[in-house]
Design a binder for this molecule. Structure first.
Ligand code: SAH
Ligand code: SF4
Length: 367
């Protein structure tokens, strides 16, 4: 945890708020009031928590206690409705968070609910893509975030804080709108596992998300996939596969040298799925590198027997990325091979390409 998060309330769970309340010799129910004000009502100023007595608010203020919702520094709206937010933490470090409205009746941003739950309700639907670290250490060769390296982990409060900042900016009513969260922004969530899981609990127990509306994506941190399977409350799992054999995967994802495909696929096979749940495998298509129909056939063999689906993403290009985007036909052909092999496969349309908000483009671009 970094220095300035010491007196922020955002990120404290119910138990931690209870001890704070006890330290101040306040009645126990104040912890519940604080928890609801911070997470359910999404207050951003201590002064406005009217359920708390003025005196208690005053004491907290004098101690320098703040709620600590991170600040939206800049927002970049796309022509497609996507908004990329540059969000500043208390120490001035910034990350990116992306708002993706659905609205077109198409598949959800992570493709996971396609066909399952089409909007029969007329509710507004949107997906928030959240960052878990400042930068990323994993060094995938096709990803712009990798170029930043990793500066630090985000705390649970900073992860939840991104969601709250965006929900407040969009004036979301959690009772009336269907919002999904994907942990697919900057960073590798499973290299920040405890804080990521703490954030998940706060989002479920406090903010009002259900675990089935959240998806976490990992590049393949195998031991944490095992841990994740034992969690009682957890988002759905997505795995960035991106290549059908070790030789190719090592070349584009150096972490494959540590956890190879055999280990990764075994972890996926062992993963305890809930009713009707599937694992999502993400596959970034790089022209003439991993987009051959033969690669699709290898993917079928690899995933045989796993209850899963594949999300195909044509590379979103960027400066310093030495791969090219395959043609549409190539992407469709790859999808066709997978489908013919019995694997549900979806093509993810890029969101917010014009504002550098699409997959793999998050690198704090400010223009
Ligand atoms: N670090 C985690 C979570 C980030 S999700 C992970 O890698 O899984 C980011 C997703 O975008 C991953 O599936 C990744 O493979 C994909 N991606 C990265 N760079 C991309 C690019 N340039 N174009 C398209 N997809 C990309
Ligand atoms: Fe990190 Fe994911 Fe980008 Fe790989 S794809 S560098 S794991 S953010």
């Amino acid at each position: 945890m970094h220095q300035s998060s010491g007196n922020l309330l955002l990120g404290l769970n119910f138990q931690e708020l209870s001890s704070l309340v006890q330290r101040h010799k306040q009645p126990d129910y104040r912890a519940r009031q604080l928890f609801e004000a911070i997470y359910t009502q999404r207050q951003d100023e201590l002064e406005r928590i009217s359920t708390l007595p003025q005196t208690f608010r005053g004491v907290l203020r004098d101690e320098g206690v703040k709620i600590g919702v991170p600040q939206i520094q800049k927002s970049f709206p796309s022509v497609d409705g996507t908004i990329r937010y540059l969000i500043a933490m208390a120490d001035g470090e910034t990350v990116e968070t992306v708002w993706m409205p659905e609205g077109d009746g198409g598949e959800e941003a992570d493709g996971s609910e396609a066909g399952d739950e089409m909007s029969d309700t007329g509710f507004d639907r949107a997906t928030i893509c959240v960052s878990s670290q400042v930068g990323c250490a994993v060094n995938c060769q096709f990803c712009l975030t990798a170029q930043l390296g990793v500066k630090r982990n985000l705390s649970a409060g900073e992860i939840v804080g991104q969601v709250i900042a965006v929900l407040n900016d969009r004036r979301v009513d959690m009772e009336r709108q269907r919002i999904n969260i994907v942990f697919m922004g900057m960073g590798e969530p499973f290299l920040n596992y405890p804080e990521f899981m703490k954030a998940v609990h706060l989002l479920v127990e406090g903010v009002g998300f259900s675990e089935s509306r959240m998806t976490v994506s990992t590049s393949g941190i195998v031991p944490r996939i095992h841990d994740f399977g034992t969690e009682t409350v957890r988002p759905k799992l997505a795995i960035s596969l991106n290549a059908p054999n070790d030789q190719l995967r090592e070349r584009i994802m150096p972490l494959n040298r540590k956890w190879n495909l055999e280990m990764l696929i075994q972890a996926a096979r062992d993963f305890p799925l809930r009713n009707r749940e599937r694992i999502t495998f993400e596959y970034v298509l790089l022209r003439d590198v991993n987009d051959h129909p033969e690669h699709a056939r290898q993917v079928i063999e690899l995933l045989r027997g796993i209850r899963c689906k594949v999300n195909l993403i044509a590379l979103n290009p960027g400066p310093g990325i030495s791969f090219a985007t395959p043609d549409q036909e190539r992407v469709h052909a790859f999808q066709q091979v997978l489908m013919a092999g019995g694997i549900p496969a979806f093509i993810r349309r890029p969101r917010g390409l014009d504002i550098y908000a699409a997959c793999g483009q998050l690198k704090r671009t400010v223009a």
